[in-house]
Design a protein around this ligand. Structure first.
Ligand SMILES: [Zn+2]
Length: 327
């Protein structure tokens, strides 16, 4: 089952909802998934479409319980994709489509023979429970959420830019900054980043899905940390190896051109140890000295060796150039 279905199924099973909230959620559903068609001389019929079975059941039983209306239900299977099923709930004018709109705070506007559903209900921050319920309805009506293992993405689809504006406004009550893009003639308002999606799931009351998402986030975070540590250690190892190669080159240069026996005892000791143990880091080298020396002490001595070799090379090339000039 997709993560979207998991969240939707959980939301359809929420219990003990306030009456006001059920009607607010229904308003979102009718507004986003409903269509009204005028019946000549006799009001209008309303059709609500959804592809989620649990949600279709929720809409049916809520309309029945809270509006006293029995919608007609048709199930339509797509010919191309046999798994693709959509549920249509039909509320005729005679069955009480007007009551449904009145109870949910909606109305119709008829223009040029077309019937538009409009939201009359004002949704404001004073009735937090109903704002949350409305967003829940919007998610059930046209929302989807990506599998958190893959990516963090949640979106709410709507038909008009006004609907998208309203959804963004309601999300804004909870500090969620949705963005809207158009896709195939629809307005898609989306949230990115795990934290925002967790907040949204919390607002709409999908607490079990929220825990599931948090677990994925923790595991992902741990995996990232492990990768970071491994990368960091690899980088450090690279640095140790590069430094060691340089030190060994310089020590060999000194041995050939100056002689290790010309070095002070402390430098000679570390030079010989470095040649013997090319893969040790400074701390490990220091522990092999008599008496043992700390990392910075070892570094100091190896730097001295570097400088001796560099100075000698520079002087050598100076003499060479001078010599060439004199000839
Ligand atoms: Zn409420």
């Amino acid at each position: 089952m997709s993560f979207s279905s998991t969240v939707k199924n959980e939301l359809c099973r929420l219990e003990n909802m306030n009456d006001c909230c059920v009607l607010s959620e229904l308003a979102a559903v009718v507004w986003l998934n409903g269509a009204a068609a005028p019946v000549p001389g006799d009001g209008f019929n309303i059709r609500i479409t959804t592809e989620n079975a649990a949600f279709a059941r929720w809409i049916y039983s809520s309309i029945r319980k809270y509006c006293g209306i029995m919608p007609e239900v048709t199930i339509r299977k797509s010919r191309k994709l046999k798994k693709h099923v959509s549920y249509m709930l039909f509320i005729t004018s005679a069955a009480g489509s007007g009551d449904l709109l009145e109870k949910t705070g909606m109305a119709t506007v008829t223009e040029n023979g077309r019937c538009e559903l409009v939201l009359v209900r004002k949704i404001d921050q004073q009735s937090q429970c109903c704002v949350k319920a409305f967003l829940r309805g919007a998610f059930l009506a046209g929302g989807s959420i990506s599998d958190p293992e893959k990516t963090y993405h949640l979106e709410l689809t709507s038909r008009t830019s006004e609907q998208a504006d309203e959804l963004r406004r309601l999300m804004g009550f909870y500090g969620l900054n949705g963005r809207t893009i158009t896709r195939k003639g629809s307005y898609v308002t989306y949230l990115k980043e795990g934290e925002n999606i967790v907040d949204f799931l919390n607002v709409v009351g999908a607490h079990r899905a929220l825990m599931e998402l948090e677990n994925v986030r923790i595991l992902k975070g741990m995996r990232n940390n492990v990768n970071r540590i491994v990368n960091c250690e690899t980088a450090n190892l690279g640095k140790t190896v590069n430094a060691s190669v340089r030190q060994v080159e310089n020590i060999l240069y000194i041995a050939e051109n100056i002689g290790l026996d010309k070095l002070p005892a402390s430098l000679r000791e570390i030079a010989e140890l470095r040649l013997e143990h090319k893969d040790l880091n400074l701390t490990e080298l220091g522990q092999m000295l008599h008496p043992p020396l700390g990392k910075s002490g070892v570094n100091h001595r190896l730097r001295k060796l570097d400088r001796i070799a560099e100075k000698h090379r520079a002087g050598h090339s100076d003499r060479k150039e001078k010599g060439a000039g004199e000839e």
